[in-house]
Design a protein around this ligand. Sequence first.
Ligand SMILES: [Zn+2]
Length: 143
Amino acid sequence: MFTDEYYMKMALQEAEIALEKDEVPIGCVIVSNNRIIARAHNLTETLNDVTAHAEMQAITSAAHFLGGKYLINCTLYVTLEPCVMCSGALSWSQISKVVIGARDEQRGFINKNLSLHPKTEIVSGVMENECSTIVKEFFKSKR
Ligand SMILES: [Zn+2]
């Protein structure tokens, strides 16, 4: 049950909540000991805040839950590759693992030659089609 696909589905559910709010549909969850300790979706329009990316909110909420700023033994599941801002925050958090759904060639951190914390394991391409389709369809509907 506790597979990468299982948690990515939970992240996708968050993306769907964002979609219902007419936000760019990106969602994430943070998992510790097989338990979801934070879930968030993009809220930049709702909050009028360019920093309200799903990952930023989830990092804050997971740290509150754990009572410490470092997300040791935690895994982030995010539907779209984190941007430069979020990769910076993830790096500061020293999170153990980041699982990415779809790549973001333009705005993602990987093509910018940035890396996360040296201890952070990165996995990419989990439920890639579902994760990229929801964002592509959103932008198509905006044209
Ligand atoms: Zn971001």
